[in-house]
Design a protein around this ligand. Structure first.
Ligand code: PSV
Ligand code: MN
Length: 388
């Protein structure tokens, strides 16, 4: 039986990137609710993200989205973040909110539109050069709604050409991660619907191109941990966008809808070397907090990932392998379930305290008065939201 004390040191290297947009207002196509204290600027989003790191020790980077986090001086944005104890992480491109992209961006049949979308990515690379970011993350809203609407084969060729130009503009220390999603906003086909399509493109691009797995981007019932195992096996799992879902791309708090699925995913991450010291896997959240407190929501999320990572590390892998080799079906299953059912929360609380972090980070944050302060201070201006 593996004990918490055996795995504690491995928890120290856990780092989860927070999405800047999680601190802005979000909603559904029916309504985006405003919330007192919501950031108005990229700096205020970063300040809120820094609180999550300060109280949990788990979130040293903030992923940004261009143009939502457009500023005139990215070096200054980075030093602002550094002063608050965090750094700028992944740069996310956005080709889904401009009228020109109605029928596609990197896959558009119109060469001029493709040019515009490529140029947007080149601009994102300029931003990365200023912020010191390692990853350019591409998610495309491209697709069609009706059979026959577009030439799905040619669009793959245009995508490959477009990605090539973007990839070639990256420096040796930068990476491209291509996120897949099987539906929404397009409903008949999307141009990067699944891990296999992403894998085909990133493999053609080269060693510094990887797949990004967003846990909300699969059909219900999909065995996501199998995809994790396969991509790790192929050396092409570049990053996660963690969130959870009951129905579709719900973007709810990771580990809230199906904690067992998060455990199974993290077990395959650990098993496949994705949590090793030199692992290429970047762990990010991609969530929205439509009705709950945003800062606390992000804290709950990273703590959920930490708890499930601890449980995944607790799996007695030697015993599991022996049981698997003996075809001890229920014995093997029992070993996995023992780790899943271990409540690591008390041990994690004392471990945090031993490292100078509050045992209950959420209670400590709530007692700090930060939330009341931002509610009082952030009056006037336009609250950040989708598109700002
Ligand atoms: C698309 O649904 C997505 O998961 C992509 O990662 C985007 O960048 C993000 O959501 C924006 O909300
Ligand atoms: Mn995502």
């Amino acid at each position: 039986m593996v004990q918490f004390s055996d795995i504690a040191s491995e928890l120290e290297r856990q780092a989860i990137e927070l999405p800047s947009w999680a601190f802005g207002n979000s909603g559904t196509r029916f309504k985006v609710f405003g919330t007192p204290g919501t950031p108005r600027t990229p700096e205020e989003k970063i300040a809120d993200a820094a609180q999550v790191h300060q109280y949990t020790g788990l979130a040293p980077k903030v992923a940004i989205h261009i143009p939502w986090d457009k500023v005139s001086d990215y070096k200054a944005l980075r030093s602002y973040a550094n002063d608050l104890g965090v750094d700028i992480g992944t740069v996310n491109s956005n080709t889904f909110q401009d009228d020109d992209y109605k029928f596609g961006s990197l896959t558009s049949s119109d060469k001029g539109i493709r040019r515009k979308a490529i140029d947007h990515h080149l601009e994102c690379i300029d931003v990365m050069n200023e912020t010191g970011s390692q990853d350019l993350k591409i998610w495309l809203a491209d697709g069609t709604n009706y059979p026959g609407q577009g030439d799905i084969r040619s669009r793959q060729d245009w995508l490959a050409e477009s990605l090539r130009e973007i990839y070639d503009a990256l420096s040796e220390s930068q990476r491209l991660v291509l996120e897949y999603k099987f539906f929404e906003p397009a409903f008949y086909h999307t141009d990067v619907p699944d891990w296999g399509t992403s894998y085909a493109h990133v493999t053609a691009l080269g060693d510094r191109a990887f797949t990004c797995l967003d846990t909300g981007h699969h059909a219900p019932g999909t065995n996501i941990e199998f995809i994790v195992a396969q991509l790790l096996r192929l050396g092409k799992l570049g990053s996660f966008d963690f969130n959870s879902r009951f129905y579709a791309d719900d973007d709810l708090i990771v580990g809230s809808a199906d904690p067992f699925q998060l455990f199974r995913i993290l077990f395959e991450v650990v098993r496949g070397g994705g949590y090793d010291v030199d692992s290429p896997v970047a762990f990010m959240l991609d969530q929205c907090h439509n009705v709950e407190d945003k800062i606390v929501g992000q804290m709950r999320s990273v703590l959920n990932v930490q708890e499930m990572t601890a449980r995944a590390l607790l799996v007695d892998r030697a015993a599991l392998l022996a049981a698997q080799n003996e075809n001890d079906v229920l014995g093997a299953n029992g070993i996995l379930m023992d780790a899943f059912y271990t409540d690591v929360r008390p041990a994690l609380a004392s471990w945090r305290e031993s490292r100078g972090i509050a045992g209950d980070p959420i209670a400590a944050f709530k007692a700090s008065g930060y939330q009341q302060k931002i509610v009082a201070d952030r009056v006037g201006g336009a609250q950040a939201s989708w598109g700002a």
